[in-house]
Design a protein around this ligand. Structure first.
Ligand code: CA
Length: 236
């Protein structure tokens, strides 16, 4: 049996939270919840949820701040904001910070379920459709065929190099530290000097393939003291 879709509810109002838990369980979702902002953020950042229902007004940390922090780590996370104030300003704010959709309170259960399904459908597409990364008009990384096309030429990547590129692309709104690449891409639990050099060697190899001037990179850049970042055309 397929793993059921999991939803995190971050909502301080008891009646709404309890109602949501019941309704979502009834509709076959696996449900978890948090009653205030900080524990909500902590759960959200585990990456264990297919979708997060996020209230705006919360004790300790508001929904907009939580949304921003989730996006810093994972831009693929599906988020629906629950807003009590359905003013345009709130809605625009939520979208600017990267929520996928919003539902204003009071909402009907039917409407909410439709929105949830729509957002989940889009986020599944987003996660499976990425086969190319366009660096600039001439440079396209082909994730499935493990190569970069530069004009009419093609240069091969190793599987590991593609994994590094994919990871940097997924989190490209922030720099990724070498230690994080080691644990997430290589699967090391602790980093030693020799291993962080492994990351640097891979980065250097990738740069020789993708950069116009590898010593002066413009796509795979170093953010001093923070890590590496991939700059793609699609983000501009
Ligand atoms: Ca609230």
């Amino acid at each position: 049996m397929a793993k059921s879709t999991s939803i995190l509810i971050i909502e301080d109002e008891v009646a709404i939270r309890v109602g949501l838990v019941d309704v979502l369980i009834y509709h076959g979702y696996q449900v978890d919840y948090a009653e205030e902002g900080l524990s909500g953020l902590e759960k959200a950042l585990t990456g264990n949820y297919d979708l997060i229902l996020l209230d705006v007004m919360l004790p300790n940390m508001d929904g907009f701040q939580i949304c921003t922090k989730i996006r810093e780590q994972d831009k693929g996370q599906a988020i629906i904001m629950l807003t009590a104030k359905s003013t345009d300003e709130d809605v625009i704010n939520g979208f600017t910070l990267g929520a996928d959709d919003y539902v204003s309170k009071p909402f009907s259960v039917a409407q909410l379920i439709l929105r949830i399904k729509a957002v989940l459908r889009r986020s599944t597409l987003k996660n499976t459709e990425l086969t190319f990364i366009q660096l600039d008009e001439n440079r396209r990384i082909d994730l499935q065929n493990l190569c970069i096309q530069i004009g009419k030429n093609s240069l091969p990547f190793t599987k590991r190099e593609i994994e590094v590129i994919e990871y940097l692309q997924r989190y490209n709104q922030r720099p990724v530290a070498r230690e994080e690449l080691l644990s997430s891409v290589w699967g090391y639990s602790e980093s030693m000097d020799i291993e962080t050099r492994t990351v640097d060697i891979h980065i250097a190899r990738i740069r020789r393939k993708i950069e116009i001037e590898p010593k002066n990179p413009e796509f795979l850049i170093t953010v001093r003291g923070a890590g590496y970042r991939l700059i793609c055309e699609s983000d501009n």
